[in-house]
Design a binder for this molecule. Structure first.
Ligand SMILES: NC(=O)c1ccc[n+]([C@@H]2O[C@H](COP(=O)([O-])OP(=O)(O)OC[C@H]3O[C@@H](n4cnc5c(N)ncnc54)[C@H](O)[C@@H]3O)[C@@H](O)[C@H]2O)c1
Length: 264
C-alpha cells in the first residue's frame, strides 16, 4: 500500500503533536514543522522509537517563502505526495480587546490568518498532484459567534471558516477536499493560563487526543460524510450542541446565550 504523507504546522506541542503521533500510529509518514525546534526533536525521537517515519523542519507559518521551501523539501522525501496538509499552528490572546497591545493582536492575525493562507497557497500544486488530498484547517468553536475576551482570536477563526468554505468549492475541481475542525477549549499550553467568562461557564473539557482522533476520522471520511459533502467537523458534545443551537435559534437568542456564557 502507498504510504500517505501528512504535513503538520505547529506540530511540536498540543493538538499538532498529538495528531502527528496519532497519524504515525496509523501508518502515515509525518512532516512536522514548528518554530519550536527542541519540541520537534523530541517528537521525532518518539515517532522513530515506535517505528514510524518522520521528517521535521523549522517553519514560521508567517513566512511564506520558508513555507514554500519546507513544502518542497517535504515533497522531496514523499516522492511528491502531499496527502494531508494540517494548518494547525495558532496562538490565542485572551482579555479585554483594548488591553491587548496592537502589536500582539497583529502577530495573532499574522499566524492564525496569514499562516493558513500561506499554507494553502504554497501547498496547492503539491495537493493538486496528489489524488485524494485533504486540507484540514483548525477553526474553533469561537467561530460560531464572536467571543467576548477573545475578540481578535475569534475573528481569526471566522476567517479560517470562510477560507475553508470557499476553497472547498474552488478546489473540488482539482480533487482537493478542504475541511475545518471545530473544537471548543482544549487542555493544551494555549489554554493553560486562560481565564475568561466563557472558560469559566463551559470549562476546558477536551484533551488533545480528542481533537487528534477527530482529525484522523475526518480525513478518513465516512460514507455519510462523503454523501453529504461534510466540510465542518465539530469536536465534542458541547461544540456540537452549540453549532446546532446557533443554526436554529434566532440571532437575538444566540447573542443573549453568548453574552450570558461570557458573564458580561
Ligand atoms: N487549545 C484550544 O482550546 C483550542 C481550541 C480550538 C482550536 N484550537 C486551535 O488548535 C490549534 C493548535 O492549538 P494548541 O491548543 O495545540 O496550541 P499549543 O499552544 O499547544 O501549540 C501550538 C503550536 O504552534 C506553534 N506555533 C506558534 N506560532 C507558530 C508559528 N508562527 N509558526 C509555526 N508554529 C507556530 C507552537 O510553537 C506550538 O508548538 C490552533 O490553531 C488553535 O487556535 C485550539
Amino acid at each position: 500500500m502507498t504510504t500517505r504523507w501528512v504535513f503538520i504546522t505547529g506540530a511540536a506541542a498540543g493538538i499538532g503533536r498529538q495528531t502527528a503521533l496519532t497519524f504515525a500510529r496509523r501508518g502515515y509518514a509525518i512532516g512536522a514543522y514548528d518554530i519550536d525546534d527542541a519540541g520537534l526533536a523530541t517528537l521525532a525521537t518518539e515517532i522513530e522509537a515506535a517505528g514510524g517515519q518522520i521528517v521535521t523542519g523549522h517553519l514560521d507559518v508567517t513566512d511564506s517563502d520558508e513555507f514554500g521551501r519546507r513544502l518542497d523539501e517535504f515533497a522531496g522525501h514523499s516522492g511528491g505526495r502531499l496527502d494531508v496538509l494540517l494548518n494547525n499552528a495558532g496562538i490565542l490572546l485572551a482579555g479585554a480587546f483594548e488591553d491587548i497591545s496592537l502589536a500582539a493582536q497583529q502577530r495573532q492575525i499574522d499566524i492564525n490568518v496569514k499562516g493558513v493562507t500561506n499554507g494553502c497557497h504554497r501547498a496547492f500544486r503539491h495537493l493538486k498532484n496528489t489524488p485524494g488530498s485533504v486540507v484540514v484547517n483548525m477553526a474553533s468553536a469561537s467561530a460560531i459567534y464572536g467571543q467576548a475576551e477573545l475578540a481578535s482570536y475569534s475573528a481569526t477563526k471566522f476567517y479560517v471558516r470562510g477560507l475553508t468554505e470557499a476553497l472547498d468549492i474552488e478546489w473540488g475541481a482539482h480533487g482537493i477536499r478542504v475541511i475545518a475542525m471545530w473544537p471548543l477549549f482544549v487542555q493544551t499550553a494555549m489554554t493553560e493560563n486562560v481565564s475568561t467568562g466563557t472558560t469559566d461557564s463551559l470549562g476546558i473539557r477536551l484533551g488533545p487526543q480528542d481533537v487528534a482522533d477527530a482529525i484522523v476520522a475526518a480525513v478518513e471520511e465516512t460514507r455519510i460524510d462523503k454523501l453529504i459533502h461534510r466540510v465542518h467537523y465539530a469536536v465534542g458534545t458541547q461544540t456540537k450542541a452549540m453549532s446546532v443551537g446557533s443554526r436554529f435559534s434566532p440571532a437575538w437568542l444566540t447573542r443573549l446565550v453568548n453574552k450570558r456564557l461570557a458573564h458580561s
